[in-house]
Ligand binder design. Structure first.
Ligand code: NOJ
Length: 755
């Protein structure tokens, strides 16, 4: 009976699925017919218009164009010469322009409205690198979901996120915007973020299109200097840079991809046909829109790749860059380039189809005003629920780097000296890309200490910078003002313990914010030393958008907390963690170097032929620095302890299963990120000493244990060769399991056959 019933159910579901799929195909066919109908009516100028994206005037996120005026932009929209806009935010502003596009342009094609919604829109969540430190994919997806709800309520349909650039260089300021150094973790996080933004239905009024950026290798900017050339081999391209892009396209249906400012092996990404046509649209069958980065088309002139603006348009279109953001070259030159035969009409039509398809998917052809509900706008921004989620995310993102002798949590009744400008800073925790957050609206540590009833006194010690910092301007770091040191030293002396909050201003990381020296900026290092000399019971809380060099601190202060830029709920999250109400569970998504000279430093490096150590000098090392980082990838402590044991490996259908028993051997409940690494011992291409291939964040009560099982699929055991072809080679593999990339528990297995 049960069997019959379930058989019937299976039949019913199959019929529904079949009918559903059929209806979808029908819909897709109707959309394609409508697109062809529009294409037939469009002039070449209107086609170029669909491929043109303009920024709003004033609130720009790149170098402002000289000819920008509100009036001119309205005229262009009216003439059908602008397909999408960025930086126009709010239902009223969007409606004004959408009305012109739909009601005053000849074909009435709706515009798409884009914005950099990077780590929250109105409610700020932790910067993406911090969120990555949570290794909590559900929370990360939820964070992107909240951002989409708020952004879409403000009339937006498209975010330029997630940035999925892998980077091994903390000097590069944009590491704050990514998920760190690892392609496996990066891919899983990219998928979570895209799902959060796009949801199941892009036409729903609370979802927005995601953009994977920057294609490709922007995170490999030489010497960590933003916009710099990237020179990497194709093995690194396919095994390290590509995985998050590929995974988020294949497994999450990311709708758009942004190319990048940099040259890759000598060719500017925007003009790179191999990257965009052969790999992205060819091998990966990406059907969405490829957009340039801000002005990256016209910048090919400075790269010495395009002769002039017309040439830049030709090169970008021929290379498969569909939409021109703020270069203004497509609108100007595409029509004549098609007429002269330098650009194929078929390529332009293909790009326009992609853009129109996106507009259909977003539901804008059904109702161009669907995202423009003022009541929803008022009700959706910074709701109490969003704040709760921002708090959870912030708590999960904190990494306890060091905790000697149980220095943390702070004890009851201890008198605390809270020192550091960042402890009272209500702006820095909002991070670099703060959407529509109000400046200075985060809760500071100082405020949260007061609210929690901590017995403390606050002194600034030293300002981080002189004057106000902002998105487009340089931060003027305080290099001289030590006038507050004496008060800080006196407060430290009078206290049982010191909580010293030091680090970077929000605008010291992010776009155009490379740093050659990544220690504590300005006089803060001296402040740390002066305070420590007065009272060594220091808990150092580091706010930063990148790994900093904390070597002196690590050698001296008993406790170090990596608190990034955690968003609106920064203060309460840090305070609860310091007080022990929250047990830290974050793990580093990027290696922390001992000194800048070690950079690039990453855990998944290739062994040399002389790994050493050896008694003579003939091995791969520095004479004046250790090889090991200060804190390895995956590192992060808890107020409890976890023990790993019973590592087992067995063959299962379609791969290998690795299981491990983890026990909470400490005195309180905690969360642990169980990490699985492999090493392919011998292959046709030298493989990394370790590669992350699985992780699970588990929660255990004191004494509780759990067996965690990972399946290593063929996909995970193989790699890509220099031509981008997948290889699975038989042979011996080592596995390592533990709470960081330095995991000590190991086993091995043999893969009998490859493919
Ligand atoms: C330049 C940045 O590189 C890119 O990530 C961003 O989306 C655009 N500006 C638009 O603001």
């Amino acid at each position: 009976m049960i069997f019959k019933k379930s058989g019937l159910l299976v039949l019913i579901f199959s019929v529904i699925a079949f009918v559903g799929a059929h209806a979808q195909q029908e819909d897709a066919a109707v959309v394609e017919r409508r697109i062809e109908g529009l294409l037939e009516q469009m002039t070449l100028a209107e086609k170029a218009g669909q491929l043109t994206q303009f920024s709003d005037v004033g609130d720009v996120t790149g170098p402002a164009s000289a000819d920008a005026s509100v009036q001119k932009k309205r005229e262009l929209v009216k003439s059908g010469l602008v397909g999408s806009m960025l930086n126009v935010v709010g239902t009223e502003n969007v409606r004004a322009l959408q009305k012109i596009a739909v009601e005053e342009s000849r074909l009435g094609i709706p515009a798409v409205f884009a914005f950099d919604v990077i780590h929250g829109h109105k409610t700020m969540f932790p910067i993406p690198l911090a969120e990555a430190a949570s290794w909590d994919l559900d929370l990360i997806e939820q964070s992107a979901r909240v951002a989409a709800v708020e952004a879409s309520a403000q009339g937006l349909n498209w975010t330029f996120a997630p940035m999925v650039d892998i980077s091994r260089d903390p000097r590069w300021g944009r590491v704050m915007e990514g998920a760190g150094e690892d392609p496996f973790l990066g891919a899983e996080i990219a998928i979570a973020r895209v799902r959060g933004f796009q949801g199941d239905d892009l036409a729903a009024e609370d979802t927005i299109a995601a953009t994977l950026k920057h294609f490709a290798a922007y995170g490999f900017a030489e010497s960590g200097k933003d916009y710099n050339a990237a020179d990497i081999g194709t093995v690194t391209l396919f095994n390290v840079v590509a995985p998050p892009f590929k995974a988020a396209i294949e497994r999450a249906g990311a709708l758009t991809v942004m190319n990048s400012f940099n040259t890759l092996n000598g060719i500017p990404a925007t003009g790179d046909a191999y990257l965009q046509r052969d790999v992205l649209k060819g091998d990966w069958e990406f059907e969405g829109v490829v957009i340039s980065d801000w002005g990256s088309g016209i910048e090919m002139i400075d790269h010495g790749f395009a002769a002039d603006a017309r040439d830049a348009a030709r090169l970008a279109m021929n290379a498969g860059s569909d939409v021109d953001m703020e270069s203004h070259v497509y609108a100007e030159y595409l029509p004549s380039l098609v007429e002269s035969g330098e650009v194929a009409l078929g390529d332009v039509d293909d790009a326009v189809r992609r853009v129109l398809r996106m507009k259909f998917k977003l539901g804008l052809f059904d109702d161009p005003y669907r995202y423009l509900d003022a009541a929803r706008e008022n009700a959706s921004l910074m709701t109490p629920e969003h704040r709760v989620m921002a708090r959870q995310m912030a708590e999960a993102s904190i990494v306890l780097l060091k905790n000697e002798g149980g220095a943390l949590p702070l004890g009851k009744g201890e008198r605390i000296a809270l020192i550091g400008a960042l402890a009272a800073d209500k702006d820095t925790p909002l991070g670099n890309w703060r959407g529509r957050a109000e400046a200075g609206s985060a809760i500071s540590v100082k405020e949260a200490f007061a609210a929690a009833g901590v017995d403390f006194s606050y002194v600034e010690g030293a300002p981080v910078e002189n004057g106000e910092a902002s998105f487009p301007t340089e931060v003027q770091v305080n290099l001289t003002d030590r006038s507050g040191f004496d008060a800080a030293v006196a407060a430290a002396r009078a206290a049982d313990k010191v909580v010293l909050v030091l680090g970077e201003d929000a605008y010291q990381s992010g776009e155009g914010r490379s740093r050659a020296n990544i220690g504590l900026p300005g006089v803060q290092d001296d402040l740390l030393k002066a305070v420590y000399a007065a009272n060594p019971n220091v808990a150092l809380v580091v706010m930063s958008g990148r790994p900093l060099v904390l070597t002196w601190a690590d050698a001296h202060v008993p406790a170090i907390v990596q608190a990034w830029h955690l968003g609106h709920e920064s203060g309460p999250a840090i305070t609860d963690m310091l007080l022990g109400k929250v047990n830290p569970s974050g793990k580093l998504p990027m290696t922390f170097p001992r000194s800048e000279g070690q950079i690039p430093i990453y855990y998944n490096y290739l062994n040399t032929g002389r790994p050493g150590p050896r008694p003579e000098v003939f091995w791969s090392h520095y004479t004046d620095e250790e090889n090991a980082p200060l804190y390895p990838f995956g590192h992060g402590l808890s107020y409890t302890a976890f023990e790993y044991g019973r590592l087992r490996v067995r063959d299962v259908d379609g791969g290998v299963e690795v299981s491990v028993r983890v026990q909470n051997s400490g005195g309180r409940e905690g969360r642990e990120v169980v990490q699985l690494y492999i090493r392919d011992r011998v292959a046709s291409i030298s493989r990394p000493v370790r590669e992350l291939k699985g992780f699970e964040k588990i929660s255990l009560k004191p004494g509780q244990r759990k067996t965690v099982r990972f399946k290593l699929t063929e996909e995970q055991l193989g790699f890509y060769d220099g031509r981008g072809a997948f290889r699975l080679e038989p042979g011996a593999y080592d596995v390592f399991v533990g709470g960081s990339s330095a995991a000590g528990l190991t086993a091995s297995f043999e893969l009998k056959s490859g493919r």
